[in-house]
Each structure stands twice: as C-alpha cells, then as structure tokens.
Design a protein around this ligand. Structure first.
Ligand code: NAP
Length: 208
C-alpha cells in the first residue's frame, strides 16, 4: 500500500521518514514538486515525490500534514481527495500556539470533512510532537496515538498505519470526538513549549 503525505514540514517529512523506515511505500506531495522529489530521493526505500494531486493519485490513504489554515486551499487543489482516507493531524492553533481557533461545537477534523465530503476523514497524530516521530526518540516506550473517525474501515486502516510506526493506536470514537482530541493537542503544546517539559511530552491515557 502506498501512503501519500501532503506537506513536507516537521510532521510531513517526519511521518514520511518513519513509515519508509518501516517498509511502507510513501508518496510525498508538495506545492513544490521538485522539493518533494528531492526529499523522496533522500528518504529512498522506493519513496516518490511530486505535486499534491500526483502524490494523492498514487495512494488510497492521504496524510494531510499542512497547517490547518492551509487545509482548505490544499483540499481544493486536490479536488477534495475524493475517495481517499484523509488523515487530519492538525491542531487549529493561533500564531502564538497558545490557543485553539476552533472548538466546542466543531473541530478542525469536522471542518476538513465538510471541505472534503467525498473523503473519509480520520483524526490521528495531533497529540504527538514531530520530535517523537523517529522510533529511536521514544526509547522503547509505548506512545499512544488517538484515532477518531466515522468510518470504521478507514479507522482500522489508519490504526494499522499507527501500529506500523510503532505507536499504540487508541480507538477514540467518532470524528466529532476530535473536538476533545484537539484540546488535548493544545495542552500538550503548553506542556511541551510553555511549561518546560520539552517536545518529548505526550499524553498517556490509563485504564486503572
Ligand atoms: N510540529 C508538530 O510537532 C505537530 C504535532 C502535531 C500536529 N501537528 C500538525 O501537523 C501539521 C503540520 O505541522 P508541521 O509542524 O509539520 O508544520 P510545518 O513544519 O510548518 O510544515 C507545514 C508544511 O505544510 C505545507 N504547506 C502547504 N500549504 C501551506 C501554507 N499555505 N502555509 C504553510 N505551509 C503550507 C508546507 O509544505 P510544502 O513545502 O510541501 O508546501 C510546509 O512544509 C499542522 O496542522 C500541525 O498543527 C504538528
């Protein structure tokens, strides 16, 4: 299975490197196709890189690794990622990272689903700092990734990808639960950036 990753910043490049290192074929899509091709070449392992639509065409699963503010434009450019499982990893945050711009009665994930009605949107990875993506940075610890979505089959596919990356998928209910996962992402940003924990901070839900 090929997984497309749109955006080649901290999260996009990090997820591409992680999955490629686990034997997954990745297709990186960027506003700058030449830069994506270069990153794919550097990653190796059969990775491909090019434009956003071209990368998405190669895959059934697309990981949207762009800022929430760029989601609408990216989705439009890719004709809504119609028919794809679309993984939303975003935290819709203010420029100073200190607050959410969306919440309570909706979420970034639900807004993205509205923008891409023919895609199956699944929320995942929003509570994981990019610095925790390399498997070695987790030092053998089990780190949870919360997975929410309305389509059970799509959620299973994304949970399998999470497992491939050596994370622990946590079934987190319908896509509307992204309303609660995004605040968890925001408090993790506060722990990591503003309260001194650093970017190895990650939430761990326990069943006592
Ligand atoms: N960084 C983290 O630790 C972290 C953790 C959890 C979730 N997230 C979420 O993951 C997503 C990506 O975060 P990131 O840290 O990887 O961001 P980043 O390093 O700033 O990279 C974002 C990428 O998005 C692409 N992009 C497309 N349209 C854009 C636009 N209009 N403006 C800016 N960039 C645009 C760019 O890739 P191209 O060069 O391909 O255009 C850019 O490299 C965000 O939604 C964020 O909330 C981040």
């Amino acid at each position: 299975m090929t997984i497309a990753i749109i955006g080649m910043g901290n999260m996009g490049a990090g997820i591409a490197r992680l999955l490629a290192s686990k034997g997954v074929k990745v297709a990186i899509g960027s506003r700058d196709p030449a830069k994506a091709a270069k990153l794919a070449e550097e990653i190796g392992a059969g990775a491909e890189g090019g434009g956003i639509t071209a990368a998405a065409k190669l895959a059934d699963v697309v990981i949207l690794a762009v800022p929430y503010t760029a989601a609408a434009e990216t989705i439009r450019e890719a004709n809504g990622f119609a028919g794809k499982v679309l993984v939303d990893i975003s935290n819709p945050i203010t420029p100073d990272y200190k607050a959410l711009t969306v919440g309570h009665s909706t979420s970034a994930a639900e807004e993205i689903q509205k923008l891409a009605p023919q895609a199956k949107v699944v929320k995942a990875f929003n509570t994981i700092f990019a610095q925790l993506l390399p498997a070695e940075s987790r030092k053998g610890r089990s780190v949870q990734v919360f997975v929410a979505g309305d389509d059970e089959a799509a959620k299973k596919v994304v949970s399998d990808i999470v497992t491939k990356g050596d994370f622990e998928p946590v079934e987190s209910g319908p896509l509307s639960n992204a309303r609660y996962l995004e605040p968890v992402g925001e408090i993790n940003i506060h722990f990591g950036f503003f309260l001194g924990w650093g970017t190895s901070a990650a939430p761990a839900w326990i069943k006592a």
